[in-house]
Design a protein around this ligand. Structure first.
Ligand code: NAD
Length: 291
């Protein structure tokens, strides 16, 4: 199958590499020449623009871009995909964006005769490299089945979440909870240690008790792997801040209160403003530490 891929960053680069490893014929575009070069070195063909990619003989196009503004530019821009792509080509956007924007781009694609799926991922850069991402997919069931073998080359958990935009809905709801739960674990762990408990013992108790969650077990802010390496790498505070912003904006649009989400967003914002935006988001525990 011939596939086009736009957005070869921290996530898109390794995802494209896995498509090449699985034997797909890949044409790629990114604003970064170095990112394109890296994909070409692994067997991809370079094209000069989204318009050229759309005009190439591809059956599906995947995008993995930073935010909604980039997605709209690449799909809806005068030189973008929809202005140039053949009807029938399957479009898959794996960027994390708000559900409203995903539905807007999907409607424009459908109107042009192109099936479209929103397929955001979780699993981070490690999951992208290992080909073990979770794909949360919104769109028509038949289009989902068509895309499944392509997504299976990059992920291991591929879930149809319903109609257009519902992949982004799942992603936003999950990461809203993740941001809140991380702060909850940071607070509980900090209190336990302040009251004289050993962090490892406390984490062990929580992780075999009712407080257990991903933030306590896999990415514990005091005893987890990011903490052991000074919170470098991992899922950055600014990425969490972006996702909480998407959640609060999506909530505003449907007048749904997200009380703890709003507080979590403010705490991560304050923490980022202190120069911590690149640290793993579990470093938020520093807000509870003295000095
Ligand atoms: P990134 O910034 O590393 O990569 C984005 C790439 O898009 C860059 O190579 C950039 O040059 C390219 N790009 C930007 N505008 C473009 C345009 N108009 N045309 C072509 N290329 C363009 O970002 P990332 O970490 O790979 O994240 C991509 C998406 O995945 C984001 O929406 C992010 O929220 C989401 N995500 C990231 C992670 C993670 O851990 N990094 C995890 C899950 C989801």
């Amino acid at each position: 199958m011939r596939i086009g891929f736009i957005g070869l960053g921290n996530m898109g680069g390794p995802m494209a590499a896995n498509l090449l490893k699985a034997g797909f014929d890949l044409s790629v575009f990114d604003l970064s020449a170095a990112a394109v070069q890296a994909a070409v070195a692994q067997g991809a063909k370079a094209v000069a623009s989204p318009a050229e990619l759309a005009g190439a003989d591809v059956e599906a196009i995947i995008t993995m871009l930073p935010a909604a503004a980039h997605v709209k530019q690449v799909y809806l821009g005068a030189d973008g995909l929809l202005a140039n792509v053949q009807p029938g080509v399957l479009l898959i956007d794996s960027s994390t964006i708000d559900p409203h924007s995903a539905r807007e781009v999907s409607a424009a694609a459908q109107a042009h005769g192109n099936p479209m799926l929103d397929a955001p991922v979780s699993g981070g850069t490690a999951g992208a490299a290992a080909g073990t991402l979770t794909f949360m997919v919104g769109g028509e069931a038949a289009d989902f089945e068509h895309a499944r073998p392509v997504l299976a080359a990059m992920g291991k958990n591929i879930v149809h979440c319903g109609g257009a935009g519902n992949g982004q809905v799942a992603k936003v709801a999950n990461n809203l909870l993740l941001g809140i739960s991380m702060i909850g674990v940071a607070e509980a762990m900090s209190l336990g240690v302040k009251l004289g408990m050993d962090a490892e013992v406390l984490a062990g108790i929580i992780n075999t008790s009712s407080g257990r969650c991903w933030s306590s077990e896999v990415n514990n802010p005091l005893t987890g792997a990011p903490a052991a390496r000074g919170y470098s790498g991992g899922f950055g505070t600014d990425l969490m801040l972006k996702d909480l912003g998407l959640a609060s904006e999506a909530a505003r649009q449907v007048r749904q209160p997200v009380l703890l989400g709003a507080l979590a967003q403010q705490l991560f914002q304050a923490f980022s403003n202190q120069g911590n935006g690149q640290l793993d988001f579990s470093a938020i525990v520093k807000l509870y530490q003295e000095g």
